[in-house]
Design a protein around this ligand. Structure first.
Ligand code: SF4
Ligand code: SF4
Length: 77
């Protein structure tokens, strides 16, 4: 199963990843980071498909997607 690591030290709470996730499993935390932002969080890791869209749209490179060497396909053309 893929996993998402969000480095809250880099997150600036822009919500781009929340809006971009096709599975809608990212949301904003109610906790404030050391830099004064609400950070993104994962609320349903079991539904992550490892597409890496969240990592690609993050302007601060705060997200790492771990796929354990497997390739997960979002769209099968
Ligand atoms: S890897 Fe894809 S499915 Fe998983 S949290 Fe990121 S955008 Fe959502
Ligand atoms: S896109 Fe990056 S900076 Fe923006 S909320 Fe998501 S993790 Fe934070």
């Amino acid at each position: 199963m893929p996993g998402v690591i969000i480095d809250k030290g880099y997150c600036k709470g822009c919500e781009l990843c929340v809006k971009a996730c096709p599975q809608q499993i990212l949301s904003m935390s109610k906790e404030i980071t050391n830099r004064g932002y609400f950070s993104a969080q994962m609320h349903d890791p079991s539904r992550c498909i490892g597409c890496q869209i969240c990592a690609l749209v993050c302007p601060d490179a705060a997200i790492t997607v771990v796929t354990h060497g497997q390739r997960y396909v979002l769209y099968d053309y």
